[in-house]
Design a protein around this ligand. Structure first.
Ligand SMILES: [Zn+2]
Ligand SMILES: [Zn+2]
Length: 162
């Protein structure tokens, strides 16, 4: 499934506004989306009209499937908290360069491996297991280890080319 990069909820966006925006961007009618999500069109209508923000597990799973969005986004919107607070930073220790932002697809809760090189993504320091607090830091603030891994593979290539 393709994950759109602009499908994150925006600041101050309500659940209703968000669902309408993503649905429109996918050029789906309310009826089509209800069918895809396994919902009654009336139920979807109520959610999109902002009459309810209580979604049960089945509804959340259906909407996330129909729109190709993580359920975490819906959770955050229902609870009225920013999406970032339910999400950890995740980076590829090979491809990430310190100080740069993470690729949106690394942050997707379903991503476990880097889409570029296939390395397991990390959300914590490999040596002390503390979560990565910010991508501004090159080194772990707790134990001083660099987050970016200098792999043996890379150094072999470098040595080989000298
Ligand atoms: Zn990578
Ligand atoms: Zn550490």
């Amino acid at each position: 499934m393709t994950i759109l990069t602009d499908n994150r909820p925006q600041d101050g966006e309500s659940l209703a506004q968000y669902l309408r925006r993503v649905r429109t961007s996918l050029k789906m009618s309310q009826g089509e989306m209800a069918t895809k999500a396994g919902l009654h069109i009336q139920s979807l209508g109520k959610i999109e009209a902002g009459k309810t923000t209580r979604l049960n597990g089945k509804t959340k799973a259906g909407l996330s499937r129909a729109l190709g969005i993580p359920e975490d986004y819906l959770d955050a919107l229902c609870r009225g908290v920013p999406v970032t607070s339910v999400q950890h930073l995740k980076i590829c220790p090979q491809c990430w360069s310190p100080g740069s932002s993470a690729e949106p697809i690394w942050l997707d809760p379903r991503s476990k491996y880097c889409f570029i090189c296939g390395t397991s993504l990390i959300d914590r320091c490999p040596s002390c297991q503390e979560l990565i607090p910010s991508l501004k830091f090159r080194f772990c603030g707790y134990c001083g280890q660099p987050y970016k891994k200098i792999s043996n593979y890379d150094s072999h290539i470098r040595l080989g080319s000298i």
